[in-house]
Design a binder for this molecule. Structure first.
Ligand SMILES: O=P(O)(O)OC[C@H]1O[C@](O)(COP(=O)(O)O)[C@@H](O)[C@@H]1O
Ligand SMILES: [Mg+2]
Ligand SMILES: [Mg+2]
Length: 345
């Protein structure tokens, strides 16, 4: 991807590769005429927690913070120690930062109401994504969605503040703890990626205005579940194989999504017999990545509708997810629809 270090963005602001995240956030505040800095501060709070979690993931093997925590979360999944540590770190940063009134987390059964009278924002977060890869030194991540509360400041948090469709997100992003650590986010004005320079403790702009290729040659799906896939998926994957596309599946949504966003590709987690609504969670996994995908010119659907149009009805609800290069997602949907037609004939 050819990077033009001095490419101005929509607001005509020229910022260069190597700009610190802090400076970039300040620049971009001008995208919001009535901005008063709270969202900027919230993004900084998230970046701070990401630096701390990055340190914990890097030394997980040394500091005996690998392995199971000995408890299960509301999804019935065994929590890993790093799931819990990441959850605590982000909770602390979001509550201490002062901009947030409520948090939805994969690791918390219920909404965390921070009783913060001046907090404008609601955050939905997957503190540690790719938990099955924690102990084996494979890329993992954090996923976050930010919404403005609907009810008046200072009033009790209502479900309408929480159960907002993804199209209401004011910002969303992910952190990828991989061979390098990156923070990628959008506020609705394109997608920008920052790489963490550990020795300086700073995120630097490394991937300005990320644009996803319209198509690609990579598909990411857990083929071990092939026998349980919803109708149409096997036909699509057979088509990918016939076209000699490459199968790439890390098993960490953030890492698979990131690769396909940059190189072109599709990630599929369909409905299965065991998970008739798929595995991934709408509020703190699918919505954030769908916002990023669309802002980068890619697509995200549950097989029937745009992920961002889905009206949530429960905190930890799951959704099938087909996300990635536009033409590949369209092709996958064609197979799902075709399978429905042939099922009725
Ligand atoms: O092991 P499976 O069924 O392929 O599922 C892998 C998927 O589950 C996840 O690990 C779910 O996320 P968490 O690790 O946050 O629970 C995704 O990151 C990943 O893409
Ligand atoms: Mg996850
Ligand atoms: Mg998780």
């Amino acid at each position: 991807m050819k990077i033009n270090p001095y490419q101005p963005d929509q607001s005509g602001m020229a910022y260069s590769v190597g700009t610190t995240l802090d400076r970039f956030i300040k620049f971009k505040q001008s995208d919001f005429p009535f901005a008063s800095g709270e969202l900027s501060q919230l993004l900084r709070d998230i970046a701070l927690a990401a630096k701390i979690v990055n340190r914990e993931t890097n030394r997980a093997g040394l500091a005996n913070i690998g392995g199971a925590f000995g408890q299960t979360n509301v999804q019935g999944e065994e929590q890993q120690k790093l799931d819990v540590i990441a959850n605590i770190r982000f909770m602390r940063a979001l509550s201490k930062g002062g901009e947030v009134c409520a948090i939805v987390s994969e690791e918390e059964d219920a909404v965390i109401d921070l009783k913060n009278k001046s907090g404008k924002y609601v955050v939905a977060i997957d503190p540690l994504d790719g938990s099955s890869n924690i102990d084996v030194n494979i890329s993992i991540g954090t996923i976050f969605s930010i919404y403005r509360r609907k009810t008046p400041l200072g009033s009790p948090i209502q479900m309408e503040d929480i159960m907002q469709p993804g199209s209401e997100q004011v910002a969303a992003g992910y952190v990828l703890y991989g061979s390098s650590t990156m923070l990628v986010y959008t506020t609705g004005f394109g997608v920008n990626g920052f790489t963490y320079e550990t020795s300086l403790g700073e995120f630097f702009l490394s991937h300005p205005q990320i644009k996803a290729p319209k198509s690609g040659k990579i598909y990411s799906i857990n083929e071990g579940l092939e026998l349980d896939w919803q109708e149409g998926i096997k036909d699509y994957i057979d088509e990918c194989k016939a076209k000699r596309y490459a199968a790439r599946y890390i098993g960490s949504l953030v890492a698979d999504f990131h690769r396909n966003l940059l190189k072109g590709g599709i990630y599929l987690y369909p409905a299965t017999k065991n998970n008739p609504n798929g595995k991934l969670r709408l509020l703190y996994e699918a919505n954030a990545l769908a916002f990023i995908a669309e802002q980068a010119g890619a697509k995200a659907t549950d097989g029937k509708s745009r992920i961002l149009d889905i009206i949530p009805n429960s905190l930890h609800q799951r959704t099938p997810l087909f996300i990635g290069s536009e033409e590949m997602v369209d092709q996958a949907i064609k197979h799902i629809e075709k399978s429905k037609v042939s099922a009725t004939v």
